[in-house]
Structure formats: structure tokens, C-alpha cells
Design a protein around this ligand. Structure first.
Ligand code: FES
Ligand SMILES: [Fe+2]
Length: 391
């Protein structure tokens, strides 16, 4: 069997601009910028509470890649920053979000780790049953609830927007969430990568005893790649200049692979992904890194100041793995990613968290290869400060 020929995918204007700024490897210059951040931002439980309010409960947050609910008539759960979320894809393909709590006595309706196919969701406790649009459609022995207003006992709906291959939700029960920053350019860019047409090759969830921002930092730090990852993915990279820009609060980044040459740059994403790495940080909690044969998509889900879950999705083009060779490649890549993220990045985040909690450091120090951390943390900090000044 021949390996499937990837279709051509034109890059967006923004992606092309970024790409053409990339210098030849030999001309790479590291920015000389030095900054610090308060260590307290990572360890103070009050700061965590404020971040939950000012960021997670005030803005759109990344819940999952669209690929999680690949087909209509499916649903899945994802707990984010204290809110148990139920995502559904209805028969017409629309994605909706609800609080994953049965309206009888609050039990979590969906408890499975993987997406489920089905048109109704039955509570494991007393079997109240809900449709994918949130309606309460079944109450066993309904006569024992005289006067029960079934029509008013649908699931609590959350705001939801699906675009560019990401399912975004608003976790606030009271306030309108503005999804403006995740529509437009960000969604167009991700669509150009084909994210919306991808499938989940495999998923892993990591349980990390560290502050959630340390996990975001690990993705925004090009300083560690050839060092912490020297025995895993480090060999695919060289220390070089990243070209970075912003789409609102989201960071768009490109870095050259070791085989990068300016003369090989084209406007076709499928060719370009072989010589450089596009990565995005969909604000506030998404991670997206493009490899030649797959996309790594992470959803960072804070639990407490020192506790975070991360869903790692390996996404592949529809139809893959189309050959045994590709199956083998993806399987080995998944093992490598589990090692790189789980045993290296998230291990390092736990060590970092534990060291910071000693209270020995007032601040952390960030150099020119960590400027994306400064950019990202400034966005968080600004929101926390605005929130505090308004309350
Ligand atoms: S708590 Fe769900 S049916 Fe009772
Ligand atoms: Fe890393």
C-alpha cells in the first residue's frame, strides 16, 4: 500500500509573515532580554483563586479539540478549574456544553474518561436521563415526584464556541463570556493547519503535582529543549531563534528544525511542517505543537494551586494511520511524547513547584529564550490586577 499523499494546505497570511521572518540557522540571534517574575505567583493559594476567577471563569477556556467528539451523537466530560463540564455533539453536529451534574441530586452524569457514543445520558445513581441538548427526558417512577417540573430540570448550559478545531467553553454561570478573541484569526490559523478535520490517534491524561502555570511555562520555554530533553526530542532541535507574534492574548510561534533552509520555505503547510515547528498557546490553557506527522494538543486543567491535570491528545490527519509504517511511526511518537511530557516536562514542573514552595526564592529569572513566558504571564497578571481593582 502506498502512503497517503498529504493534501496541500495554504498557510494564512499571518503564518506566512511569521515564516518569512525566520532567519537561516547560522544567522540566528537570541534576544538579550532579562526579566523576573514573583515566585509567589506560582505558590500562593489566594493567587490561584484569583486566577480562577479572573481568567478561567471570565474568559473562553480550551475544553478539548473538536476531534474528541468526532461524530454526531457523542459526549464526553472534562473537569476544568472546579467546573465539571459535559460536552455533547448533537445529531446535527453542533457542539454544546453543560455542567456535568444531574439535576436530581447532583451526581456527575458522565464519568467515563473517553468520549461516548449515544443520544441520551443516564445518571448512574437513579437513572434520570438527559438528551444531548440537555433536556431531562426520563425519570424512573415519575409518579413519586408529584408536581415535578421536568421541563425546567434540564442540565445547566454553559456557553460554548467551536472554531478552528477547538471546543471553547465559558465557565461562568452568571456573566456573558466574550468569545471575540478566539474567533477570527486564531480559528483561521488553526483551520489552515487542518485541526478541525483531525482525529484523535491517542489520548493520555497526566496528573501533575504542580501549579498549572508551570506546565504552560514548559511549553513557552525554548531554553530547556536541548537540555532537559537531551535524551528524547532534544536531538530534533537546535538552540535557535524563535519567531513569535500574538493574536490577541494567544501566542503564535515558529522555530526551525535542524534541517531548516530558507530556500525550502513554501506557502504550503504540509511541506513547511517538515522543516519548522509551528506552535500555538491558545490562551489561557491550550497547548498546540505541530510535528511533521501529527499535532500535539494539550488541555491544561487546574485543580488547586499545586495540582493540575493535563490532557495530551495526539491528533493525526483523517485516514491516518493509513499504512503499517505510519501506524508504527505514530505509536513510537506517542511513546516519545509520553516520555517527553510526562517524565520530563511535567516531572520538571513538579520539581520546580516543590523548590518554589520552599520559599527560598523571591523571584524567578527569565532570559532571552524564555520571553514567551514573560508575554504569557503578563496576560495573566493583567487580568488578575484588573479583577482585584474592580472587586
Ligand atoms: S442523582 Fe442523578 S438520578 Fe439521582
Ligand atoms: Fe519541554
Amino acid at each position: 500500500m502506498n502512503e497517503a499523499q498529504p493534501m496541500k494546505r495554504p498557510l494564512t497570511e499571518g503564518q506566512k509573515r511569521l515564516l518569512h521572518r525566520m532567519p537561516e540557522l547560522k544567522d540566528s540571534v537570541f534576544p538579550h532580554v532579562y526579566d523576573t517574575l514573583p515566585a509567589d505567583n506560582y505558590i500562593n493559594p489566594e493567587r490561584f483563586r484569583l486566577e480562577k476567577e479572573a481568567v478561567f471563569h471570565s474568559e473562553p477556556v480550551v475544553a478539548a479539540p473538536s476531534a474528541l467528539l468526532e461524530t454526531p451523537k457523542s459526549y464526553a466530560k472534562v473537569d476544568i478549574a472546579g467546573v465539571p463540564v459535559l460536552l455533547t455533539r448533537t445529531a446535527d453536529g453542533q457542539c454544546r456544553a453543560f455542567v456535568n451534574a444531574c439535576t436530581h441530586r447532583g451526581t456527575k452524569l458522565c464519568t467515563k474518561d473517553d468520549a461516548v457514543n449515544g443520544v441520551r445520558i443516564s445518571c448512574p445513581y437513579h437513572a434520570w436521563t438527559f438528551a444531548l441538548d440537555g433536556r431531562l427526558i426520563g425519570v424512573p417512577r415519575q409518579e413519586i415526584f408529584p408536581g415535578l417540573e421536568k421541563d425546567r430540570l434540564g442540565l445547566k448550559e454553559l456557553q460554548c464556541f467551536e472554531g478552528g478545531g477547538i471546543i471553547w467553553v465559558g465557565l461562568s454561570y452568571d456573566n456573558d463570556i466574550d468569545f471575540g478573541s478566539v474567533k477570527g484569526e486564531l480559528s483561521e490559523d488553526l483551520a489552515a493547519l487542518g485541526l478541525g478535520d483531525m482525529i484523535v490517534y491517542k489520548k493520555a491524561t497526566f496528573d501533575v503535582k504542580a501549579n498549572w502555570k508551570l506546565l504552560m511555562d514548559s511549553m513557552l520555554d525554548s531554553y530547556h529543549v536541548t537540555r532537559l530533553h537531551k535524551d528524547s526530542v532534544g536531538k530534533f532541535f537546535v538552540d535557535n531563534e524563535n519567531v513569535i507574534d500574538r493574536i490577541g492574548p494567544h501566542i503564535r510561534n515558529a522555530s526551525a528544525r535542524g534541517n531548516f533552509e530558507k530556500s525550502r520555505v513554501t506557502d504550503d503547510f504540509e511541506e513547511v511542517r517538515r522543516i519548522m515547528v509551528f506552535s500555538y498557546t491558545p490562551f489561557p490553557n491550550g497547548i498546540l505543537v505541530v510535528s511533521p506527522d501529527f499535532v500535539s494538543f494539550g488541555v491544561v486543567r487546574p485543580v488547586a494551586s499545586d495540582h493540575t491535570f493535563v490532557d495530551y491528545y495526539m491528533l493525526a490527519n483523517k485516514g491516518e494511520p493509513s499504512t503499517e509504517k505510519m501506524e508504527d511511526k505514530l505509536r513510537r511518537s506517542f511513546e516519545l511524547m509520553e516520555l517527553t511530557f510526562g517524565q520530563e516536562d511535567y516531572w520538571a514542573a513538579e520539581q520546580c513547584d516543590a523548590g518554589l514552595r520552599s520559599g527560598a526564592l523571591d523571584k524567578i529569572h527569565l532570559g532571552g529564550m524564555e520571553i514567551q513566558i514573560t508575554m504569557y504571564q503578563d496576560e495573566i497578571d493583567r487580568r488578575v490586577k484588573d479583577y482585584v481593582s474592580k472587586s
